[in-house]
Structures are given as C-alpha cells and as structure tokens.
Design a protein around this ligand. Sequence first.
Ligand code: PLP
Length: 385
Amino acid sequence: MSDRQTPAARPANPRFSSGPCAKVPGFSLDMLADAPLGRSHRAAVGKAKLKLAIDLTREILGVPEGYRIGIVPGSDTGAVEMAMWSLLGQRPVEMLAWESFGEGWVTDVVKQLKLDATVRKAPYGEIVDLAQVDFDKDVVFTWNGTTSGVRLPNGDAIPADRAGLTICDATSAAFAMDLPWDKLDVVTFSWQKVLGGEGAHGMLILSPRAVERLESYTPAWPLPKIFRLTAKGKLIEGIFAGETINTPSMLAVEDYLVALNWAKSIGGLAGLIARADANAKAVADFVAAHDWIANLALDPGTASTTSVCLKFTDLRITDGEAFAKAIAKRLEKQGVALDVGAYRDAPPGLRIWCGSTVETADVAALMPWIDWAFHAEIAELAKAA
Ligand SMILES: Cc1ncc(COP(=O)(O)O)c(C=O)c1O
C-alpha cells in the first residue's frame, strides 16, 4: 500500500489555512500600489479609502442603511471584546459556545466581566439547542465555529421582536454565508478570513438597537480608550465614517479594498457564497465516497461551508492525534496543503478552509492527496504493528 502512486494533479495554490486565509485569486503585491503610504489616515486621501472600505462592505454584505459599520483595532477579537465590554451588563446574558473561540467569549464574560451569565455549550460537532435560548436576554454566539466546522443554518430561531441584543462573532461566516441582519444587533469579523485580507483590523456592525443601548447605558466597569464607542453619552459617529479610534494600516486597508473589488467582480455576495458552497461540496463529495473519513459536524444542515473540519474514523487508528498530525505533515511536505491540521483545542483531524478566495479546482485536486496520505499512514501503522 505504501508504494501507492502520488496523485498526478496538484492544487495550484496549497493555501488552505483557516486564517489568515488564501489571498484573492491572482493576488500580487503590485495590486497595493495605490495605498497612501506615508500619509496621515486623517488626510482626505486616507479618510476616503477608509470610508470606501465601509461603503463597499455595506454594499457587498447588504447591510441595511440604519446599521453602522466601523473599522476597529484588534482584528475580530478587538471587535467582539469592544462589543461585549460596551454593551453587556444592562440585562441578563446568555453565552452560547460550540468551539474554542465561543468558549473564549464565555470566559471573558464570566471571569473578566464577572457577569452571572447562563452558559450553553455544545460539544465539538454540534450546536446548542436554540429553542431553549431566551432572546429577551443579551445573547453572544459565534455564527460559524471555525475550529469545529459547525455553523448556524439560519437565524430562524432568533425572534425579530426580541428584547435582548444578539452579539454575533461572524468572522468565518461573513461574505461566505447569508447573515440575517434583522436578527443580529452586533456582527463582527476580520479581513483575514473569507476575503483573504490581513489581520489587525476588525469590523464592528451595529444595529439601531445596539446604538440605542450604547447611548442609554454606561457599564459599571472602566473602558480603555481603544474600546470607547461613545463620548458624552452619544455614539462617536466618526468611527463609522472612517475616522478610526487610532492609527490603522493603510496597507491593510488597500488590501481589503482589493479584496472587496474582487468580490464585486465575481458577483458580490451571491458569487462569494457560491464559491464557498462549491468548495465545501467538493470536500463533502469526497467524504461521502470514503468510509474512513467523516465531517466533524454531526448534522449536515449545520456543516460549515468555510472551515470544513474532518475526522478519521478508521478503526485501525489507535492514536487519533498522531495519525491526523502525520497526515497534515505529509500533505504539507508534498506542498499540496498548508496549515490543514485541526485547531489545537479541537478533536484530531483536518480542517480545510473552503472560503471564497479558495479555488474549487484546488479543493478538488487536494482530495486524492488526502486519500493517498491516508493509505500511506495506514501502511506505516501496519509496518509498525
Ligand atoms: C470564530 C473566531 N472568532 C475569533 C477569532 C479571532 O480572530 P482574530 O485573530 O482575527 O482576532 C477567530 C480566528 O480564527 C475565529 O475563528
């Protein structure tokens, strides 16, 4: 078995990392030539770029007019923390988690903000029962669990007339999945995921109800300048027009603009979603045809179309972690898949980023390599036995 031939075709781009994710197809640094480097971000040219990034985000994601969109420090983490520290504490809180990042938000709310939150957790591969969630409380959750490959199928369980706010970490969902804006009061993401942008900056999208909360409630705890969204009880509107709290990277902004323009060129949100769906389907078809590998998501209805997580189910495998690591290493060594090992806290397996910047032909070309690596590792196990 170990002398199986390596597959003839290779992915043209082996970058399947779940963040930072593959750059837009055809990317080169020359595309950033228009970045206003060495200029103030508060000069007209810088402000116009930042405003354009906000406007294109709104256009492509279909963010409703009354919603504010801000560029904030600290990537997605910065945006989530800013929202939680600024908004929570006024009413009871429910924290929902189905993987590592969601669990991180639970820890922050319970241990740092010390709020007596109701915590609902699902094991890797599942989501919590949304029917049990009380949306008259503030609810914090992750739309797509990047480390578990499980996502919300839709926002149907969230009542339109809820009294609480919904705070949604959508960093590995935004641009690749439909987000029901009327069900979401805070949406955060970073540029480094579905659009293959850079880390460092986060996007914070606020519904009118979230703004109302900001203007009517002051948390009991102090807020560092980097988190402050209001001044004298009023929203700092400038943040949502491109006047960032502190200095942004204009190189990263230019890169985001390149990605947004690429997104427009392939048909906007519908085009982006179709690409991720096709990528995830290429993996799903492979999984369905092989009985030694399975999606970590138990319910196909909640299976991610971006961070697709797989587990090896062959009974001959005794040390799941070592086996999965060896497969990822083999694929990397062959130069056909970089960064596809499962997240450190997640069950052993592979995680293949299927977001919109990845080419379906590359995902399809990778699948026979997984088959090859699997059989090579099984042969090693047989040899060692
Ligand atoms: C669901 C989720 N939340 C938050 C983060 C943290 O994002 P960032 O490093 O952009 O702050 C990640 C990163 O992978 C993520 O997947």
